[in-house]
Design a protein around this ligand. Structure first.
Ligand code: FAD
Length: 392
């Protein structure tokens, strides 16, 4: 069986790419190892950048997010010396976030892809990719009945995340792998409670960072910095809420609305970038191309940006173009990926200070304080922050 583009993975990257290719009249197949129910319930991102909303709107993929998404344009920083707010929608380029849970976006994208007649195969895992240097590639998949099957494609889009098989199909030495472990972990929580304030709140605290982010009218995401290797189950309901109240300084800034903890997982702040993000007939997109720590909420937004650039290149090439646009995919994406990485790294240093009383820790905490004060006091710094916070 043969298709023009075989897309591995039905996350935001694969589904946006698939929808854009169908709209451009390009034949494609998406294979996803999980079930439809699984991908439509997997809660992760929520903050969509203005560019993401523009791309989805232009391609008729944004009905759900315009109907149910909430606009967010304020963030607050809480420190020992009080709270300051940045109305970032009125700073920088004047752009705002749309908050729409990733699983809802995925559900919309699946529905649209199928409504456009797309070939989307759930419970179908890609096992091996061959022929990337030849005239056509082939991907061995395991079908829902457990048998193996060979799918042929002119191009393969690796949209299967950081742990997918696409990355490992690139021969060692063909790409440079940049990586960093930021040495910080977050307990990522979803609480069955409405947001406690109309802002994203970042609390910088000597006992560790805490964060508050809206997701939907009934669900709020919270983060608590924790030790690497923490068992999420070791945090009881009472301990979670006590720590959130303590680090968010609820006594000074108002109480948090409590609710049952729907999901808890530990996320290590790690980043990596592959360069280039193409090898032969394989193009890496989204988390497969590079992982970005969730400190600045950029991962899903980068995935959409890369999908749009790749869709244009593939449509041009498969529509008879000279292939130059497609050949530029990696060079077009990487500067934007690195800019997002830089901002995300800066956010990590803004939100976390080292513990301890040795000279280096004390020095770095003083720098962190200076960074926060500059953001509080300098309009130019705020404009720069806003542009990078919402931009991609
Ligand atoms: P994924 O969403 O990981 O999709 C990859 C798909 O490939 C999966 O469905 C997987 O099952 C499938 N797959 C894997 N291997 C195979 C295989 N062999 N065969 C077939 N299918 C396969 N980003 C933001 O922009 N804003 C946020 O607010 C934000 N918050 C986050 C909060 C948390 C707690 C976390 C963990 C992440 C957050 N992110 C955020 C990051 C964002 O969720 C990811 O960057 C995004 O999911 C990447 O999309 P993707 O399509 O590249 O990969």
């Amino acid at each position: 069986q043969s298709t023009a583009v075989l897309i591995i993975g039905a996350g935001p990257a694969g589904l946006v790419l698939g929808n854009l290719l169908l709209a451009a009249g390009v034949d494609c197949t998406v294979v996803e190892r999980q079930s439809r129910a699984h991908v439509e319930q997997r809660a992760r991102a929520g903050f969509l950048a203005a560019h993401t909303v523009r791309v989805l709107t232009e391609h008729g993929l944004a009905d759900g997010l315009h109907m149910y998404g909430q606009q967010h344009d304020i963030c607050a920083f809480r420190t020992d010396s009080g709270e300051f707010q940045l109305a970032y929608g009125a700073l920088g380029r004047g752009e705002v976030h749309t908050v729409y849970p990733q699983q809802d976006l995925v559900r919309d994208l699946v529905a649209e892809f199928l409504a456009r007649g797309g070939d989307l195969r759930f419970d179908t895992a890609a096992l091996r990719i061959d022929g990337l240097d030849g005239d056509s590639a082939s991907v061995t998949v395991r079908t829902p009945d457990g048998s193996e099957r060979l799918l042929h494609a002119r191009y393969v889009a690796g949209c299967d995340g950081q742990h997918g098989i696409s990355r490992s199909a690139v021969p060692a030495g063909a790409v440079r792998h940049y990586r960093r472990d930021h040495g910080v972990s977050w307990l990522a929580l979803l609480a069955a409670a409405p947001q406690s304030m109309a802002a994203v709140a970042y609390a910088v605290h000597q006992d560790g960072f805490a964060g508050h982010m809206a997701r939907s009218p009934e669900v709020t995401r919270y983060y608590l910095q924790c030790d690497a290797g923490t068992d999420p189950g070791s945090w009881t309901h009472d301990r979670i809420w006590a720590e959130l109240h303590h680090r968010m300084r609820a006594d000074r800034h108002g109480p948090l609305r409590e609710g049952g903890i729907l999901e808890r997982r530990v996320v290590d702040m790690r980043s990596d970038v592959l360069d280039p993000i193409q090898y032969g007939r394989l193009f890496l997109v989204g988390d497969a191309a590079g992982l970005i720590s969730p400190s600045a909420a950029k991962g899903a937004n980068l995935a959409v940006m890369e999908s749009e650039i790749l869709a244009r290149g593939l449509a041009d090439r498969l529509g008879g173009g000279d292939g130059q646009l497609l050949a530029r995919y990696s060079a077009d994406c990487l500067p934007r990926i690195w800019r997002a990485q830089e901002f995300s790294h800066w956010m990590i240093n803004l939100l976390h200070g080292p513990s301890g009383d040795d000279d280096e820790a004390v020095f770095l905490r003083a720098l962190q304080r200076a960074r926060l004060e500059s953001l509080r006091d300098s309009r130019r710094h705020q404009d720069h922050f806003a542009e990078n916070y919402v931009g991609i």
